[in-house]
Design a protein around this ligand. Structure first.
Ligand code: GDP
Ligand code: IMO
Ligand code: MG
Length: 429
């Protein structure tokens, strides 16, 4: 099977965009299968930097991009992003971007509810991106979502808006937030229809055709396993399944169609938003990781929390995410640290755990158990072969492989596309 799926193995921002862009040269089609514009994927190609949220990262290589039904789609965000990348010289239109007709839409009432609820949570807030992702997925599961195909049916839109507004205005009113008018929303959707419908199709059919003609498909995950709604640090998670298994449901292919699963992990750990983070460093080392790694959210601009590599967590992500090959990124950010730590287990109320328990209070109490390794003073930034890496850096990578029970497929040593070490070709199957 010459397909590849790329998923995050920590709490997001591992460098999935860079990896997908790099791998896209070997693929024909790049498919987003979950999440929405809460994702922020940064690609650096020469002197151009592309920041993508909804567009599959393959568009930068001119590959066919598909937004699958598992995504929640904000029409304004999509059209804004298309305009932005066009201004950067990329050619994006219905000829190279297809969107599943059954994709649920994010409407203005979704971010409004997202923000009102976060405010009401106060100090218990999740730290969402405020983009309406959670409320949009709730509507999908509750069977009241407006989907892309509904834009072609004004009658359906009208009926669905009645149901949506009954639900949302009741909630918004209860939270003391502004409510929405049906006519305004209907007019907006009808105006969007001619702009969006040219992208709409049964993408499952195109993917089935691609399978028959031996085309290579790259599935691009957003967020990460520790933000997965089932397997992550619930409730401090996003509202979709981020594991590779969801690539099948979120794109409309069978489970055998996903191919080789790559899990992306940074050589340390970061997290945006609230929630447990056992290896978080609130000291100078954490600050240094943030500065050297430029750890600021692509979407929110908020500084990311930083800490040591948590092998326990990534091992868990490897198992539940179905990861067959590890991509380790940002090794260069550790340059100059003479001592490195890797978390190999947790201590909770005097007991030792080899996995993060599911219960929220236990997660919050988890204290990391560390193994200490020698660092390196040489620069690894921009390295493109193992031979350019110091022996201690190779040792660090090898120890991670052992602990997380996955072999390294790719290694990334700078934001730049080609500063990548290929160990084995994931498309080789
Ligand atoms: P994604 O959400 O997983 O696609 O990751 P983001 O793009 O949000 O965040 C990763 C950041 O790290 C981006 O700014 C990338 O340009 C950058 N990056 C990716 N790989 C490397 C690397 O190997 N070294 C360094 N220094 N930066 C990297
Ligand atoms: P990429 O694809 C990092 C986090 C938010 C918040 C939680 C829920 O760039 O890795 P949501 O808006 O999804 O309801 O927020 O999930 N989050 C991310 N953190 N990278 C992302 O995407 C994220 N997408 C959502 O910060 O903690
Ligand atoms: Mg990101």
């Amino acid at each position: 099977m010459a397909n590849v799926a790329v998923i995050g193995a920590q709490w997001g921002d591992e460098g999935k965009g860079k990896v997908v862009d790099w791998l896209a040269s070997r693929a024909d089609i790049v498919v987003r299968f979950q999440g929405g514009h809460n994702a922020g994927h940064t690609l650096v190609v020469g002197n151009q930097t592309y920041k993508l949220s909804l567009l599959p990262s393959g568009v930068v290589r001119g590959k066919l991009g598909i937004i699958g039904n598992g995504v929640v789609l904000d029409p304004d965000a999509l059209l804004g992003e298309i305009a932005k990348v066009r201004a950067q010289g990329l050619d994006v239109g219905p000829h190279n971007l297809r969107i599943a007709e059954n994709t649920p839409l994010i409407l203005p009432l979704h971010p409004a509810l997202d923000k009102a609820r976060e405010e009401a949570r106060g100090e218990h807030k999740i730290g969402t991106t405020g983009r309406g992702i959670g409320p949009a997925y709730e509507d999908k599961v509750a069977r009241r979502a407006i989907r892309l195909c509904d834009l072609a049916e004004p009658e359906t839109l009208s009926t669905k808006l009645d149901e949506l507004l009954l639900h949302h205005n009741t909630l918004l009113k209860g939270l003391g937030a502004a409510t929405f008018e049906k006519q305004e929303l209907l007019d907006k959707l009808l105006a969007l229809a001619p702009q969006l419908l040219p992208f709409s199709e049964a993408v499952w059919e195109r993917l089935d055709e691609a399978r028959h003609s031996g085309k290579r498909v790259l599935f691009e995950g957003a967020q990460a396993v520790m933000l997965d709604v089932d397997h992550g640090t619930y409730p401090f998670v996003t509202s979709s399944n981020t594991v590779a298994g969801n690539a099948a449901a979120g794109a409309g292919v069978g489970p055998h169609g996903i191919g080789m699963v790559l899990g992306i992990a940074k050589a340390y750990t970061t997290r945006v938003g609230s929630g447990p983070f056992p290896t978080e460093l609130k000291d100078d080392i954490g600050k240094r990781l943030g500065e050297v790694g430029h750890e600021f959210g692509t979407v929110t601009g908020r500084p990311r929390r930083c800490g040591w590599f948590d092998a326990c967590l990534v091992r868990q992500a490897v198992k539940v995410g179905g990861v067959q090959g590890l991509v380790l990124t940002k090794l260069d950010v550790l340059d100059g640290l003479t001592e490195l730590k890797i978390c190999t287990g947790y201590e909770i109320d005097g007991e030792v755990f080899k996995r993060l328990p599911a219960a929220a209070a236990a997660q919050a109490k988890a204290r990391p158990i560390y193994e200490t390794l020698e660092g390196w003073t040489q620069s690894t930034r921009g390295a493109r072969s193992w031979a350019q890496l110091p022996a201690t850096a190779i040792k660090y990578v090898k120890r991670i492989e052992e602990l997380v029970e996955a072999q390294v497929t790719l290694l990334s040593t700078s934001p730049e596309r080609d500063d990548t070490i290929l160990v084995s070709d994931p498309f080789a199957g």
